[in-house]
Design a protein around this ligand. Structure first.
Ligand code: CA
Ligand code: CA
Ligand code: CA
Ligand code: CA
Length: 394
């Protein structure tokens, strides 16, 4: 006879005999989950007031409709014992209280007793996160107060052994934010409390800890990796506010004069710098050009000392987000001896009387040289104005 057929017959007998068999008592026991096989649940003979010989003669046995048999009856000792280790979480999940119900059946005469074994929870599960790593990419321009939802932890235990609280570390930029929903579920979030700065810290790792209330307390952790995305919050900065250099006049077109340089603490296009001359008036744009990408200043026109001794060039550095800085290049022009003296006869006598005395002025001449310094000094010599200057000697 199969066990199933036997069970069905016993059940039929219950219904037919229930009217004249008697339920003497109802017994309840309480055991913690995870007790090892053979552990004593209770002295059923004593608690039901039955002698061991009655258990034997009545062929006392357990009847349960549950296919899993967690408890067994030891007739010789009159004890209920753990047959299979009971996992409260597998048996009842989050339902409380958790109990196993069965009957003890005896024959001659027929009797049955209801037994309830309540299974109490032990803290045998730490809270855990399904994914123990969470990744966020957050712009450094994110405004404090914004909340990022985190993954919740799960603890299959119940009551105080279940999930109780969370903690988040470090808290220099983010703080933990817990919000209870209408349905009782909790939303776990981290709130930005202090602005991020990619230029100071691009990556950060926080640890979210979930705690239960068991004794001892168990915990589970997840790592939160935050990548701070760049915003264009830094303007370019020139390495010098004023650059000074000099060139000789008539410098060949295309000659490099000086290189200016600016830095930008941002990244990517937020730090890509282009240079340009901002003087709009005067001759500067016709004489000088700065290369957009490198900041090289070159001569593109004729530099003439006699027109200007010094040029002040304003150069702007802009990043692609439109932030700028400005510097000044002071270019002194060094004179070259590029002008010969010019002699102009201001007045002269066409005829000289033969008795003219030595020292008589016969011609007034004007000698000019536009060069400066030594290059502009003119020397005149006697002997029909054989003029000489450093120019003429060259
Ligand atoms: Ca737990
Ligand atoms: Ca448990
Ligand atoms: Ca920038
Ligand atoms: Ca930035």
């Amino acid at each position: 006879m199969s066990i199933r057929t036997m069970a069905r017959q016993v059940l039929v007998l219950f219904f037919s005999l229930v009217s004249f068999s008697s339920v003497r008592a109802q017994v309840t026991y309480s055991v913690p989950e995870e007790m090892p096989r053979g552990s004593v649940v209770g002295n059923i003979a004593q608690d039901l007031g039955l002698e061991i010989k009655r258990l034997k003669s009545g062929k006392a046995r357990i009847y349960t409709t549950d296919s899993a048999e967690h408890i067994e009856l030891n007739r010789d000792r009159g004890l209920l014992l753990i047959k299979e280790k009971i996992d409260r979480e597998a048996l009842c999940g989050q339902t409380t209280p958790c109990a196993v119900h069965f009957q003890i059946i005896l024959e001659n005469p027929m009797e049955f007793y209801s037994v309830t074994v309540e299974v109490t929870d032990i803290n045998d599960n730490p809270p855990h996160f399904k994914k123990n790593e969470m990744k966020f990419k957050i712009s450094e321009s994110a405004v404090p107060g914004v909340i990022f939802v985190l993954e919740r932890a799960v603890d299959p235990d119940v009551g105080m052994n279940g999930l109780q609280s969370y903690s988040l570390h470090p808290t220099d930029h983010f703080t933990l934010k817990l919000q209870k929903q209408a349905d009782g579920e909790q939303i776990v979030g981290m709130m930005l409390q202090k602005s991020l700065d990619r230029e100071k810290k691009e990556q950060m790792t926080l640890v979210l800890t979930a705690l239960d209330g068991g004794d001892p307390q168990l915990t589970g952790t997840a790592q939160i990796h935050v990548t701070v995305l760049d915003a264009n919050d830094n303007a370019p900065v020139f390495t010098q506010k004023v650059y000074k250099t000099s060139i000789t006049e008539n410098t060949a077109i295309g000659t490099a004069v000086i290189k200016v340089s600016a830095n930008d603490a941002d990244e990517g296009s937020n730090s890509k710098i282009s240079y340009s001359i901002t003087n709009t008036e005067g001759v500067i744009p016709e004489l000088f050009h700065v290369s957009e990408n490198e900041g090289n200043l070159k001569v593109i026109g004729n530099i003439d000392y006699e027109k200007s001794h010094r040029y002040q060039i304003l150069v702007q550095a802009s990043d692609e987000g439109g932030l700028t800085d400005q510097c000044k290049i002071e270019v002194d022009v060094v004179d070259r001896n590029d002008n010969s003296p010019v002699i102009n006869i201001m007045s002269k006598l066409n005829m000289i009387p033969e008795d003219s005395k030595p020292g008589t002025v016969i011609t007034m001449i004007n000698v000019q040289d536009p060069d400066s310094g030594e290059n502009g000094k003119v020397y005149c010599f006697d002997g029909l104005c054989s003029l000489s200057s450093p120019d003429l000697e060259q």
